[in-house]
Design a protein around this ligand. Structure first.
Ligand SMILES: [Zn+2]
Length: 240
C-alpha cells in the first residue's frame, strides 16, 4: 500500500472514530432513568432564588438543605417552583457534639415548627458531613433519608427510599480549573448512564465565584450536559 492510500485509510478511520465519539457523547439515554440529586446547603436564599429561572430553563428540581428554626419566604417560593426544602439543623451545628437537649432544639423541634406551616421535612443533611451510626438510627425515626457529604457514589435509585445517602461537592474549591470540573462531570455522567436506574448526589452552597460556591457557568454546564444525555434532576422526596 503506498503512502497516499495509507493516508486516506487513516483519515477515514479517524473521521469515523470522531463521529462515533460525537454520537456517543450526544446520545440520549433517557430510557435509562438515571438522575442527579442536586442540593444546596446552608442558607443562601438570595443567591438560590436569583437562579430559579436558570433551574426552570433546564427543568432542574433541587433540594435546599436550610438552617432555620422556622420556614422563611424562600421555603414557600422554592416549594411552589417544584423544589424541596430539606433540613440542615437550625443553626448549622455539628450534631455529633450536641447534648440531648441541644439535639431536640437543633433538629427535632423544628420539624414540628415547619410541619405546622405546611412543610414536611423528610430529608436531613448532616452539617460538615459529620454523623455516627447511632445518630442515623435515631434520626431515621424522623426523616426518610439522611445525607452525608464526602463521597461520590453512583447508587441504584431504590437506595434513596430509606437510610443514609452519600453526596459529593461541586464547590469551586474542589476543582483545579474549569477543564478539571468538566472532565470530572463528564466521567460521572457517563458512569450514570451506563448503570440503569442509577442516581448520584451532588451539592454546593451558593451560586457564584467563591470556593464554597459553584460558578454559574459550571452549574449551567452540568444542566446542559445532563439534559443532552437524558439525565433527570430529582429532589430527594421524589425518590422516597
Ligand atoms: Zn452546611
Amino acid at each position: 500500500m503506498n503512502k497516499k492510500v495509507a493516508g486516506v485509510v487513516l483519515a477515514v478511520f479517524l473521521a469515523s472514530f470522531f463521529v462515533f465519539v460525537f454520537v456517543q457523547f450526544h446520545r440520549d439515554y433517557s430510557d435509562r432513568e438515571c438522575g442527579i440529586l442536586l442540593a444546596f446547603d446552608d442558607y443562601n436564599a438570595i443567591s438560590w432564588a436569583d437562579h430559579f429561572d436558570l433551574f426552570d430553563a433546564y427543568d432542574v428540581k433541587a433540594t435546599f438543605f436550610i438552617n432555620s428554626y422556622t420556614p422563611t419566604d424562600f421555603c414557600f417560593e422554592a416549594i411552589d417552583r417544584g423544589h424541596e426544602i430539606g433540613f440542615h439543623t437550625a443553626s448549622h451545628t455539628d450534631v455529633t457534639e450536641l447534648t440531648e437537649e441541644e439535639l431536640l432544639d437543633q433538629v427535632i423541634y423544628p420539624i414540628e415548627a415547619f410541619r405546622s406551616q405546611g412543610i414536611e421535612l423528610t430529608t436531613f443533611a448532616y452539617p460538615y458531613g459529620s454523623y455516627t451510626e447511632e445518630l442515623n438510627e435515631r434520626l431515621l425515626r424522623y426523616f426518610k433519608v439522611l445525607r452525608g457529604a464526602y463521597a461520590c457514589e453512583v447508587v441504584d435509585r431504590e437506595q434513596m427510599r430509606g437510610g443514609f445517602a452519600e453526596s459529593f461537592s461541586i464547590d469551586n474549591g474542589n476543582y483545579r480549573s474549569d477543564w478539571d470540573y468538566k472532565r470530572r462531570i463528564n466521567i460521572l455522567l457517563w458512569e450514570l448512564v451506563h448503570n440503569k436506574n442509577s442516581v448520584v448526589g451532588l451539592y454546593s452552597h451558593a451560586i457564584g465565584d467563591g470556593d464554597w460556591c459553584v460558578g454559574e457557568e459550571r452549574l449551567e454546564y452540568l444542566f446542559r450536559r445532563a439534559n443532552e444525555m437524558g439525565i433527570r434532576f430529582y429532589t430527594y422526596q421524589e425518590l422516597q
